[in-house]
Design a binder for this molecule. Structure first.
Ligand SMILES: Cc1cc2nc3c(=O)[nH]c(=O)nc-3n(C[C@H](O)[C@H](O)[C@H](O)COP(=O)(O)O)c2cc1C
Length: 384
């Protein structure tokens, strides 16, 4: 089953659910509180309607585009995601390799489970680094310096986690927030793990301590990144003062991720950042915040053209990428879609998901009668 080629994000999701213990699948899948925002991210993408035009001469539309000074083979970036090594031993290395072979960029999370050294060495210039810091400026400085030392030239600062979202699936599965495996929940997890032998064998071979108690000393450190336990992150608050300081300290491309209010977009632009990601963390933080696609047009109107505007949350199809670009985004990011692929067949699964989205986007352009991704950036492709 695991060597099967994946043809769509939905298919990857179904297979992922079969492979993973519920605790891990729910960690990927879940959102905050009642998951209102998480669901509306996808629902609102589905509500946008595309308008085809007769052309009939297009068979090979141009999908490549420049984002933050990098050429992408199509407008997709793999979003930063934590704990990827508990999904598959390929972890962050597999994710970065799949992005590189597809000619796109990936973003390594501070809490991915793989060190920046090992991931940067396989990714070359296709890796961006996402910053969380539970330890204030000193910790930020250490992480930023390490990113630069490893040749990373785009820093993505996530600003929507001043507290951790209330992920009730995790709590109901008996894991604590931050997600942690403790002796108290080993029994429940034991049953889940035994029923998913493929995952269990992979993890044991990789040396991940599925059943081990994490050290309480490390609880508050977002930077702990050894991937050998199911440790998650702590809250990571950033004020605009901190962002200003990071802008002065970091001489390369700077992206702020997690903006939903256009006034915050204006503040980010005034501080000289190079890009923003309109994001509600895939509905995992503030529940009842609007869907990202519904607020995207405000950002494009106010700051589009001044800096690069990316959007994530709910992208599941090539048509969704087409819709985001028609509404003015420069590129989209995906989180869960590639995590499903990773959990099914590691690097290959991530590559399959990327390929599926790329071919769906290509088909969408042909069907729309649109020659290129740059031509796609127009409301003329949207039905009223
Ligand atoms: C399992 C999981 C872990 C995540 N970890 C991080 C993280 O470490 N840093 C971060 O900035 N965002 C994190 N996110 C949010 C993603 O970067 C992204 O914003 C979100 O997944 C996009 O929504 P989508 O999953 O619907 O594509 C995580 C998302 C998921 C699903």
């Amino acid at each position: 089953m695991t060597s099967k080629v994946i043809h769509s994000v939905n298919e990857a999701r179904v297979l992922s659910k079969k492979v993973l213990p519920r605790v891990v699948f729910d960690y990927i899948e879940g959102g905050a509180d009642d998951e209102i925002t998480m669901k509306s991210n996808v629902d609102d993408f589905n509500k946008v309607r595309l308008l085809q035009k007769v052309d009939g001469t297009i068979s090979d539309p141009e999908l490549s585009t420049d984002v933050l000074g990098k050429k992408l083979s199509f407008p997709l970036v793999l979003a930063p995601c934590g704990l990827v090594r508990v999904m598959h031993p390929d972890g962050g290395i597999g994710v970065a390799k799949a992005a590189k072979s597809a000619g796109i960029q990936s973003v390594l999370s501070t809490v991915s489970g793989n060190s920046i050294e090992e991931v940067a060495s396989v990714a070359d210039s296709t890796l961006w680094f996402q910053l969380y810091s539970a330890g204030g400026r000193d910790e930020s400085k250490k992480l930023i310096d390490k990113a630069e030392k490893n040749g990373v030239h785009t820093l993505v600062v996530t600003v929507d986690t001043p507290a951790l979202g209330n992920r009730e699936r995790d709590r109901n599965n008996g894991v604590t927030t931050p997600l942690r495996i403790t002796p108290d929940n080993v029994v429940g997890l034991g049953l889940q793990v035994l029923s998913k032998p493929v995952w269990t064998v992979r993890m044991v071979q990789d040396g991940v301590k599925v059943f081990n108690k994490t050290r309480s000393k490390s609880k508050s450190k977002a930077s702990r990144n050894d991937g050998k336990s199911m440790l998650s992150m702590a809250a990571s608050p950033f004020s605009w003062e901190e962002i200003k300081w990071i802008r002065e300290y970091w001489n390369h491309k700077l992206v702020i991720k997690g903006l939903m209010d256009v006034n915050d977009g204006l503040t980010a632009a005034s501080l000289g950042v190079d890009g923003i990601v309109v994001s509600n963390h895939g509905g995992r933080q503030l529940d009842s915040s609007p869907s990202t696609i519904s607020v995207l047009p405000d950002f494009v109107k106010e700051i589009g053209g001044k800096l690069d505007v990316l959007v994530d949350g709910g992208v599941r199809r090539g048509t969704h990428i087409a819709k985001a670009l028609s509404l003015g985004a420069d590129a989209v990011m995906i989180g869960r879609p590639y995590l499903y692929g990773l959990s099914v067949s590691g690097e290959q699964g991530v590559s399959d998901v990327i390929s599926a989205l790329k071919s769906e986007l290509k088909r969408s352009l042909i069907l729309l009668g649109c020659k290129s991704v740059s031509e796609l950036r127009s409301q003329k492709w949207l039905a009223k």
